[in-house]
Design a protein around this ligand. Structure first.
Ligand code: NAP
Length: 281
């Protein structure tokens, strides 16, 4: 079987070409106004700093602006909430990204939920999650929404498939499961307490690996002809699924790197562009 490679890097770059034209049109009709993404980085974690930098660069590549806010490792919940309040009130900011994770003393959930719904372009608020789950309009959590956009781009028929999502984090596994349910999949959610994980995965027509452990999901647990989505990324360029033996045996797979990662950032900028376009008019 020839395996379709779900090339997120390529699709993201095609989307960027479209977005660049949209931003140019918006600027032309709105007196050079451009959507602005505010990024908040708390502390000095090098991976988080890299992710924030990449998000700012993606904005610039398509002609949007980003505003970088850096806060110290000792920041309190109250200080972070006050910063978010300022950004919510700033009409020149259209999207807010609070880089996860924040230092342990901060109530991350309270800070996520302080982001105004119309600026929640990373899809992290409970309200946005609830609206998405109910099929109402909301910006989706960027990684699972990026996965859905990638599956749609390749016109993969999802209706009726048995999807098994391994992982139930608030930003990835849980919204992923709801998005697949809304796309008419029958969904099983697995996590660290799941008994006989391998048996569940063997039954999957579509597997999403969102575990955070390198190559934790073994290739021989996955049935022939399945669709395989690996959301993981670890040093050495491996994901959460043992992908190499699957090439030639499954219907489609996301490579690591170059699959889910570029679509995550692309979804963040897509949603910022939408938010900015609505606000600027
Ligand atoms: P997380 O918050 O650590 O969640 C991991 C999930 O995996 C949890 O729900 C956990 O279950 C489950 N799990 C852990 N050990 C397990 C086991 N032995 N068997 C079954 N399930 C197990 O991680 P995350 O933020 O969702 O990220 C998951 C992966 O996606 C990571 O590799 C991360 O690097 C990657 N990621 C990629 C992007 C991107 O843009 N490409 C974005 C975000 C994350 P419990 O709930 O029971 O603890």
């Amino acid at each position: 079987m020839e395996t379709l490679i779900l090339d997120g890097k390529y699709q993201a770059s095609c989307y960027e070409d479209e977005f660049r034209a949209e931003v140019a049109n918006l600027k032309a009709r709105a007196n050079n106004a451009t959507p602005v993404l505010a990024t908040i980085l708390v502390g000095a974690d090098p991976s988080s700093a890299t992710y924030v930098r990449m998000k700012g660069e993606a904005c610039r590549r398509i002609g949007m602006d980003s505003r970088k806010i850096e806060m110290s490792e000792q920041t309190t919940t109250e200080e972070l909430l006050a910063t978010i309040d300022e950004l919510n009130a700033d009409e020149n900011v259209h999207g807010i990204l609070l880089q996860h994770p924040v230092p342990a003393q901060i109530d991350e959930r309270a800070c996520f939920d302080r982001i105004a719904l119309e600026k929640d372009v990373d899809g992290v608020t409970c309200l946005g999650f609830g609206r998405m789950a109910m099929g109402e309009s909301a910006y989706g959590s960027a990684t699972p929404a990026g996965i859905m956009r990638l599956l749609e781009k390749y016109k993969l028929e999802l209706s009726g498939l048995h999807a098994v999502v391994v992982g139930r984090s608030p930003i990835l596994g849980k919204p992923m499961a709801l998005m697949l349910l809304n796309a008419n999949c029958t969904v099983t959610i697995c996590h660290s307490r799941t008994k006989d994980l391998e048996r569940h995965i063997r039954e999957a027509d579509l597997v999403v690996g969102a575990v955070g452990i390198p190559e934790f999901i073994k290739a021989d647990w996955i049935k022939d002809g399945a669709i395989v989505v690996d959301a993981g990324y670890h040093t050495g360029g491996v994901g959460d699924i043992e992908l190499a033996p699957l090439n030639g045996r499954v219907k489609a797979l996301t490579p690591v790197p170059g699959g889910v990662g570029p679509m995550t950032i692309n979804t963040l900028i897509a949603q910022t562009l939408t938010a900015g376009t609505k606000a600027i008019k």
